[in-house]
Ligand binder design. Structure first.
Ligand code: HFR
Length: 532
C-alpha cells in the first residue's frame, strides 16, 4: 500500500533506478554512491533475512547505527514487514539503551557492522547487518502469526525523546502519519529530485529520519555527514563541497564552530542552495552571519516536535532586518494548522498575545509507548470544540501572532523562567550577550539558590578575543536589560554544552556556570558580582 513508509520511499526506484539514493564515504574516505536500485536490492535482502525469524507485525526492532545506506535499507525492510523500528545511535549510553530495550522489549536488537557490541544484561535476539547481509542470533522460534498484514495505522517507528523530565518517552509514529507528513512537506516545495540533502543529526533524532524521508520521498539523494566530519570546520565544508550538497539539514549548533573559527570557508559552499535548521531557535546574530556568508542561500526555520515530526517551515527573510528580534515559525505545512490557545482554553487571535500552540494535523503521533497518562496530557480534545472528538497536539510551546497572522516562538511553557515574578525570555538575555564584541555565542539559564532562582550565563569568545572581562559584560547587561533579566554571573566557556541531539544543554550549563565542584558547593554562594 502506497502509504507504507517503505513503499513510499522506494517508489523512485521504479522511476529512476540508477539515480543515487545515498552518497556516503567508505572507510578510506572515498565518496561512494548507492543507487535506488541497489538500495531496493538491499531492502529485499534484509527482508528475506528477517522473514524466517518468526517476527510478527508489531514486533519491534532496535536499530543501532549511524545514518548510512545499510541502516536506511534496514529501516525500510522493517517498515515493509510492519516491524516498528527504534533507531538509536552508537553514542547512546549503555544505561539509556538498556532503558529503551526494557521499555520496547524488541524481538531484535540489530547492530550495524562496525558498531561495537555492548555487554548488556539483556537476553533478546540480536543481529548484525552490513553490505554482506543480515545475520541474526538468538531470536525465538517461529510462532503462528496473529496478525498477517501491516496496515497504514500500524507503527512505522518509535523515537525516544530525551524527555527533559524523568524516564524517556517513546513517540509512536504510524505509517499513515509519517507518509502524510512527508508528502505534504515535499508538496510544499522544500526539496526537489535534483537536490542532494545533507543530514547531520544522529539516527536517534528524528531530524535524521526527516532527511531520509524527504530525500528519498522526493527522489533526491541523501548525503549523511558522519560525526568525524562535523568536528572540524574544514572537514565539514570540504565534505559538503566534495559531495555537491545542495541542501543542508542541522541544528543551529552545527554552524557554530565554522562561524567562530573559519567563517570564510562558508563562501566555498557554492552548491548549497538551502539550509533547513530545527530543534531550537537559531540565535539571530549567528544567523545573520550565516546568511551573509552563504550569500543567496534559502534559510528555512523548521519548527516542530517529534510528536508530529515537525509543524512548519518558514523562510528566513533575506536580509534579516536589523531590528528583528525573533524568528517567525510562520504557518503549519499544508494539511495542518497551528492555533494559539490561552490558559482558559480560548483561541488567541489578537496579535502580540502569547498562547500555547496546538497542532491539528493528520500526521500526529499515535501516543507515547506504554504511557497512556503522558499521552492524554498532549493528545487532547480540541479546546476550541471538544465535541468532535478529534484529538489535537498540545505542544507545550508558547508563541504569539504578529499583525500578518504569522507565529513567533517565545519558549516552552514548562521552562518559562520566572525571576521574582517576571517572565524572562532566555533568548532575550542571550541576544544582548552576543552583542558584546568578544562574544561568539551565549546561553543563559536559571539556577535555584535557596528559595530564589538566579539567572546565570555562559559565553563563548571569538578566537581573537582578549581575556573575558566579566565586570564589563555585567555593566553592559545593566545598561541593556531590566534588573530582573540581568545575569548574576557571566562565565566564559570553551564551548556551549550540547545534548546528544546537538541542542544547548541548559541543565549542564547551570552546573558549568555555577562551577559546581565535587562537593556540590558552587561559587555562586560567594558575594554576588552583578552591580546593584
Ligand atoms: C523545535 C521539539 C524534526 C525534523 C523536530 C524536522 C524538523 C523538526 C524536527 C526536531 C525536534 N525554533 N524551538 C524552532 N522533531 Br523541521 O527538536 N524535536 S523535539 O521533539 O526534540 O523538540 C521542541 O523543540 C519543540 O517543542 C520546541 O520547543 C523546540 N523547537 N524547533 C524549533 C524549536 C524554536 N525552529
Amino acid at each position: 500500500m502506497a502509504d507504507n513508509l517503505c513503499e513510499y520511499l522506494l517508489a523512485p526506484a521504479a522511476r529512476t533506478p540508477d539515480k543515487a539514493a545515498v552518497v556516503e564515504s567508505d572507510e578510506s574516505g572515498t565518496l561512494t554512491e548507492v543507487s535506488y536500485r541497489q538500495l531496493a536490492a538491499l531492502v529485499d535482502e534484509y527482508t528475506r533475512a528477517l522473514e524466517p525469524l518468526g517476527l510478527e507485525v508489531g514486533d519491534r526492532v532496535v536499530v543501532e547505527a549511524h545514518t548510512c545506506a545499510t541502516a536506511v535499507a534496514l529501516l525500510l525492510a522493517c517498515a515493509r514487514l510492519g516491524l516498528p523500528f527504534v533507531p538509536v545511535s552508537p553514542q547512546t549510553p549503555d544505561n539509556r539503551l538498556l532503558a529503551i530495550l526494557r521499555s520496547v522489549e524488541p524481538a531484535l536488537h540489530a547492530r550495524a557492522d562496525g558498531v561495537a557490541r555492548r555487554d548488556l544484561p539483556w537476553a533478546g535476539g540480536t543481529a548484525s547487518f552490513g553490505r554482506g547481509g543480515l545475520t541474526a542470533q538468538g531470536t525465538q522460534a517461529r510462532r503462528t502469526p496473529r496478525r498477517r498484514r501491516a496496515l497504514v495505522v500500524d507503527t512505522a517507528y518509535i523515537i525516544f525523546t530525551s524527555g527533559s523530565t524523568g524516564r524517556p518517552k517513546g513517540v509512536v509514529m504510524s505509517h499513515r502519519a509519517i507518509v502524510t507528513f512527508l508528502r505534504a512537506v515535499i508538496a510544499d516545495g522544500l526539496v526537489g529530485a535534483a537536490d542532494r540533502v545533507a543530514s547531520t543529526s544522529p539516527l536517534q533524532f528524528d531530524f535524521a529520519l526527516f532527511g531520509i524521508g524527504i530525500a528519498l520521498g522526493s527522489g533526491a539523494t541523501l548525503v549523511p555527514v558522519g560525526r568525524e566530519y562535523l568536528d572540524s570546520p574544514r572537514r565539514m565544508v570540504g565534505y559538503l563541497r566534495d559531495a555537491g550538497v545542495t541542501q543542508v539539514h542541522g541544528v543551529p549548533s552545527l554552524w557554530r564552530p565554522v562561524l567562530r573559527h573559519d567563517p570564510e570557508l562558508l563562501k566555498r559552499l557554492e552548491t548549497v542552495r538551502s539550509v533547513v535548521f530545527a530543534g531550537e531557535a537559531f540565535p539571530l546574530a549567528e544567523l545573520r552571519r550565516l546568511q551573509e556568508l552563504l550569500a543567496g542561500a534559502r534559510l528555512v526555520n523548521g519548527y516542530g516536535a517529534t510528536e508530529s515530526m515537525a509543524a512548519s517551515f518558514t523562510d528566513v527573510p533575506d536580509p534579516l532586518p536589523a531590528d528583528q528580534r525573533a524568528l517567525s515559525i510562520g504557518h503549519a505545512h499544508s494539511g495542518a494548522e497551528m492555533t494559539l490557545v490561552d490558559p482558559a482554553g480560548r483561541a488567541v487571535t489578537r496579535p502580540g498575545v502569547v498562547g500555547e500552540i496546538h497542532l491539528r494535523s493528520p500526521a500526529l503521533f499515535s501516543g507515547y509507548w506504554d504511557d497512556p497518562l503522558a499521552t492524554a496530557k498532549v493528545l487532547v480534545p480540541d479546546p476550541l470544540d471538544p465535541r468532535h472528538g478529534q484529538k489535537v497536539l498540545r505542544t507545550g510551546d508558547l508563541a504569539y501572532l504578529d499583525e500578518h497572522d504569522e507565529l513567533y516562538f517565545v519558549g516552552r511553557a514548562d521552562t518559562q523562567v520566572q525571576i521574582r515574578g517576571n517572565r524572562v525570555e532566555l533568548g532575550d538575555v542571550e541576544s544582548v550577550l552576543t552583542r558584546l564584541p568578544a562574544v561568539a555565542s551565549a546561553a543563559a539559564t536559571v539556577v535555584p539558590r535557596g528559595s530564589d532562582t538566579v539567572l546565570m550565563a555562559g559565553v563563548v569568545l571569538d578566537d581573537t578575543a582578549a581575556p573575558f572581562d566579566e565586570d564589563a559584560a555585567l555593566a553592559f547587561c545593566a545598561e541593556e536589560l531590566s534588573a530582573y533579566m540581568r545575569p548574576r554571573r557571566i562565565r566564559p566557556l570553551a564551548d556551549l554544552p550540547l545534548t546528544e541531539n546537538g541542542k544547548v544543554d541548559r541543565a549542564l550549563l547551570a552546573r558549568l556556570v555555577t562551577g559546581a565542584g565535587h562537593d556540590g558547593r558552587t561559587d555562586i554562594d560567594a558575594t554576588p558580582r552583578s552591580p546593584a
